[in-house]
Design a binder for this molecule. Sequence first.
Ligand code: ADP
Length: 636
Amino acid sequence: MLPRRIFVANRGEIVARVARTAAALGIDTVAVAARHAVPRFLAQEVTRLHLVAQESSDFYLDADNLIAIAKAESCDALHPGYGFLAENAAFAEKVTAAGLTWIGPAATTIAQMGDKHAARQIAMAAKVAVVPAVFIAADSSVAATQKILAAFSSQHGLPVIIKAVAGGGGKGMRVVHDAQQLLAAVQATAREAQTLYRNAALLVEKYIATPRHIEVQIVGDQQGQLIVLGERECSLQRRFQKIVEEAPATCLAETQRQGLHDAAQRLGRHVAYYSTGTVEFLFNAEQGEFYFLEMNTRLQVEHTVTEEVFGVDLVAAQIKIAAGESLDPLLCSKRKPGGHSIQVRIYAEDATCDFLPAPGRVLAFHPYHGTGIRWEIGCEAARDVSPFFDPLLAKLIATAEKRALAISRLQHGLARTFIAGVKTNIAFLQTLLAHENFQQAHVSINFVAQNITTLLQTMQDNAQQTELEEIAEVLLEHYGAEGQDRGMARIFAKKTRDTAVMILQSYTDDEVQAGCGIYAEVSFFHFVLQRQAQGMAVTVGCGGRLHHAATAPGTWEAETHTSAAGTLTAPVPGRVAAVNVKARDDVEEGTVCVIIESMKMEFALKAPGAGSVQEVRVAAGDLVSDGQTLVVFVAE
Ligand code: ADP
């Protein structure tokens, strides 16, 4: 019997994704949201929201509490989504022990596959090729480690990649090219692994020079049937994490594809796998060889492209399999993909700054909808992108008969999508999609890293902003003028150098004035205007490019680092790294009073003017939200 009510123990787009399928199956869903920031995209999909005071990453890692909520909300099943506890065998066991249906594979399988070393052993037993590697136990002495490394590098040479056996999500890995640095790198990775995963055991693997990342989707039931639903190529990555994913993989000859599918199926059968799972491989196109990388015992972020080309619902399959149903004959009849599907992950991040997360407040989000376009959305206007979670904003998926058309739809979709308030990787994704190598499907996992300088240069060259500058200027002039009826949609035109800016729609949304228009009768643009202490700032987006401008020069930049006279407020949500002042201290204009850490960035917050400190409202280590008052001053 299918569950009646599923608790989705996760956050963001995947919760909405699971809830949508559950609703289609007539099943209720419950999910968690912070009381002060309930996202609309969640509220409209789930049956019930369980509101909490604050959403922290610890919250989604607290197995007992999550299970208690599921029970209190009368749920009879739990979907873990991806990330957090999705691949935590102890959690799966606890969920089952609490009398809830775990929507995922057996806890024993999760445990076996969650350890990269154990997973390799199983792959070998299932006669699946693996990358040459050695295991370094958590308690290996320096002398023993040195001996193992020397033996391995004399047999396989360098470079190698060092991985925490308990690692995942591209974290806890290091590539080493120089023998001199090998031992130190192994020790550093072990220390990190101990802190991150409480397990210092490592694998040192031969580093495959320019492989492709190809993964096979498997689906099995509890009766022992197991099918392959094609493969995906996910070679375009940054920081060992995927950003563009597609199905099918175009680089495979039919015999290679069959070999890969067979290997994944052998492995799945070997562990009596049930639910959806992914077997990841590195594929060396020149030699036509593939090596088992790891198995993911959950739904993947990129499951969407498989759904598109096979016309299936993998979440529905998960739910039915967990309920004990055998594989749907319709699902089993899906042998060949139809068409081509590509997903891009839109992140709040700064491509020009090593793809560092760029948390902050989203001011506007307008996804483009069209034929062959699918969205999975995890953000919206007037909500913060938290520094404590993965900054994935949304996934854009385009599908078409042929790959070239899928790319073209994706490009059109990105160009017509507008996200303001936070930095995004949209322009970077556009640059990638337009690159000849991507168009020809000639990429490897190192493509982004190896071409980063030219990619960023192209991205900057494409960001020619004359028209955006003109639009911004007109908007600031129009909306900045006193006595304008700003709340009303209006149509007006203004001549500037023979071209016209025409506003088609304008509305007030939360604290911003937003709208859209056309420029010179061709370029469709979106905009948001924000009132600031000194004037007004505008963001204009057109063709996937963004431009910021402000009435008082510099206010846009300044706004994120200093506050209006009298107080110091947090420009982004984050953790207080240091407080340099105390009550009654004298400060000069520019004295650094508080340092906030938001992901890996530091924000030094300076006194807005000379004066003395009246009150300090935070201490080092405190979590602060966007706009929270940190220090109050008395002017000199
Ligand atoms: P995680 O579990 O953190 O995702 P994986 O083992 O799946 O780690 O590896 C993630 C990515 O790291 C791969 O997609 C690939 O880009 C790179 N990688 C991993 N192992 C190797 C290797 N032996 N040679 C080259 N690149 C590798």
